[in-house]
Write a protein of this length. Structure first.
Length: 176
């Protein structure tokens, strides 16, 4: 049975479309961002490869989020791919990170109590426990509405593919 805004009203359409859109399978990642000494790691599922040649990855970021601002200024983002058992980690990164540990040289070593490494030419934060990571140089950023679409070219990968964390491993939803 289908629901449309015209047929049953806006609220029912909102509820129905949210439930259907939640059924789209997605992974759960940490998006790393940095501008000068400001850095963040943020839980995100709206992440997908969108071009093979060149290799482009898109991330949808909440307009006004700390991450969207840092990506715009730093012109790059990282993705930390998480092990399937690491669902508690993503709960720690749904607010801007305030607790950033640094070594005596100022290199970031932890965020929100989790060990972090700096990776790639932009020194973007990635989770040390990530199974693998992707570093993208920003090529385009489009304001869509609630979110801005950030597209980046893959400039570095690390680690090995593994069985990675996905939305259905949690009780969380996002999108819809
Ligand atoms: C399961 C889950 C998935 C999320 N996916 C996204 C996402 O794809 N894009 C996004 O901007 N925020 C997403 N969020 C919200 C962010 O983690 C974060 O709360 C918000 O964007 C603020 O980001 P900031 O720390 O950069 O200010 C998600 C949150 C949860 C709990």
């Amino acid at each position: 049975m289908s629901t449309t805004g015209a047929a049953t009203g806006h609220d029912e359409f909102e509820r129905h479309s949210r439930r259907v859109l939640w059924a789209l399978p997605t992974g759960l990642y940490l998006v790393g961002s940095r501008f000068e000494e400001a850095a963040n790691l943020m839980t995100a599922n709206l992440v997908v490869q969108v071009c093979l040649q060149p290799k482009l990855v898109a991330v949808a970021l909440e307009a006004g989020s700390v991450t969207a601002g840092l990506v715009a200024k730093g012109r790059a983002f990282s993705l930390s791919l998480l092990a399937r058992g690491d669902r508690d980690v993503v709960r720690r990164f749904v607010k801007p990170v305030v607790d950033i540990g640094r070594d005596p040289e100022g290199v970031i070593t932890s965020m929100a109590g989790h060990a972090v490494l700096e990776a790639g030419p932009h020194r973007l934060p990635i989770l040390t426990a990530a199974t693998s990571h992707v570093i993208c140089a920003l090529t385009e950023q489009h304001a869509l509405g609630s979110h801005s679409l950030c597209i980046g070219e893959v400039v570095e990968v690390g680690g090995e593919p593994a069985d990675v964390l996905r939305m259905e491993d949690t009780r969380m939803h996002y999108g819809g």
